[in-house]
Design a protein. Sequence first.
Length: 320
Amino acid sequence: MTASEADPRGRARAGRVRFATFNVLHGRPMREGRPVALPSGYGPEAPLVRAVASLDADVLALQELDRLQERSGRVDQARAAAEGAEAPYWRYASAFTAGAAPAGGRTPEPDERALRVYGPGRTGAGAGLDDGVPSHGIALLSRLPVRHWRARRLAPAPVPMPLRTPGRRGLTMSWDQPRAALAAVLEGGRGPFTVVALHLSFVPGWNVRQLLDVRAWTADLPGPRLLLGDLNLTGVLPRAVLNSPARTGRTEPRRTPGASPGLSRSWHDLARTPTYPAHRPLVQFDHVLANGIAPDAATGVATPPTEVSDHRPLVLELPL
């Protein structure tokens, strides 16, 4: 597949693929760090759809997406984002199944612990896009064909943490919520590669545990591998965690043919730049890490401003 075939706009990138990760804060428009009213309607001109389309990404990991939530117009945001990005291959995974409560927090559904995965081509129970159940989660969108999908739910931390909340003064004691991870084996111009999209806990230590679990969970997938998402870890911490030895008493799954060797000690950052808060970025919570790709392979690294979210997207291109 050529770059022009992978890109429906027909803009050849000399064999390069554009990747992006973006915590979209359920499409909430922001102005100078404060949330503003969400416009009614959800067509091509909706703030979230415009923001996603502006990235022109071939592969895009999105976090904090709503599905059928009243606060965001009862829209399937993953589907709307996929249409805006012109990405025919996509999956949405629910971190939790619940409605947003009027006073904050969430109103759980009886089966909120069940992982629900939606996307084109899904079959079987719970695969439809019209079951009417509100949820919140992540998505992975691709213009490149996908060979294989995999999804996993990550349990929340058992302790609360004080956090800054957009639109509120000071710190708010907040309980963690379940998280999700999505993995896909994509067809690149130079062969298959794996992309993992995830959103980790804000609780220190618990997010490290989750990242190690994801590393083990995807160890059998073919390389090279890319990990994109809001990790709630700063600086070199994600790389250090991924390159740490397996935890005592735990083993990595046996690798399938085509998987890259040396998984535990060969991850590196492809971009080091602040992404949060969006109006004045100071720290990097949003990362793209690679295994089996040269550290200097990335070009076009950018964190463009958009009209939504308290995070900036992280964008870069790779020869894949």
